[in-house]
Design a protein around this ligand. Structure first.
Ligand SMILES: [Ca+2]
Ligand SMILES: [Ca+2]
Ligand SMILES: [Ca+2]
Ligand SMILES: [Ca+2]
Length: 208
């Protein structure tokens, strides 16, 4: 028994609990190696071994915990609005912005713009955006969709200066592949025609 608890002298066919030692920081249990034929589940840090007729020499092995993967917008499309800069400006938190401003459409102000992400996926998937707005008539909702037609609201940008702080939203853990992120204005009252603006500094989807 190496790197674990449960070593000792046992009889043939005894079922013995075995526990891998706690991993070092940034490491996780990987697999039991060695004389593993009696181990109930070699992939489980806490399992059992049914003792073979001879000595069983087993070792708990560890691996680095995979780091998070950050995915960025890779394309975009504007339904309503004027855009200065582009989605590349959303890939780094550097106070260089993609700037999206409403236009008047059907006698009211509107902004509607979406980006496409290809998401790695993981046990947790989180959307982050660092953005602020100018103007007093509208705020700006960020929504997501996996099919481009059914949208779920995640958060609303209401702050009026760049505080270098992300807003975030936990996406379903099953999220992977193509994800659409949309920004849309919150006030479409008739004659509400002030042209409000949203500044997007940084936006990404983290899988970990
Ligand atoms: Ca509006
Ligand atoms: Ca910033
Ligand atoms: Ca407006
Ligand atoms: Ca930026």
């Amino acid at each position: 028994m190496n790197s674990g608890t449960g070593g000792g002298t046992y009889n043939y066919n005894d079922v013995v609990n075995i526990y891998a030692d706690a991993p070092d920081p940034n490491m996780q249990f990987n697999v039991w190696t060695g004389d593993t034929s009696g181990i109930a589940n070699v992939n489980d840090a806490n399992t059992t071994i049914t003792m073979p007729a001879s000595n069983a020499d087993i070792t708990a092995t560890y691996e680095a915990i995979p780091g998070p993967t950050d995915d960025y917008a890779s394309s975009e499309s504007t339904t309503h609005g004027t855009v200065s800069g582009d989605y590349i400006d959303t890939q780094t938190s550097d106070d260089t912005y993609e700037v999206l401003t409403e236009v008047v459409h059907a006698n009211r102000s509107k902004l509607e713009h979406d980006w496409t992400f290809s998401v790695a996926g993981g046990s947790t998937v989180t959307f982050y955006v660092e953005a602020y707005k100018a103007g007093t008539e509208d705020s700006f909702d960020f929504d997501y969709s996996t099919d481009g037609s059914n949208w779920t609201n995640m958060l609303t940008v209401t702050k009026t200066s760049d505080d270098d702080t992300d807003q975030s939203y936990s996406l379903p853990s099953s999220t992977s592949g193509t994800v659409y992120i949309r920004v849309i204005d919150t006030n479409r009252v008739n004659k509400a025609k002030d042209l409000d603006t949203v500044y997007v500094d940084h936006m990404y989807i983290r899988s970990e």
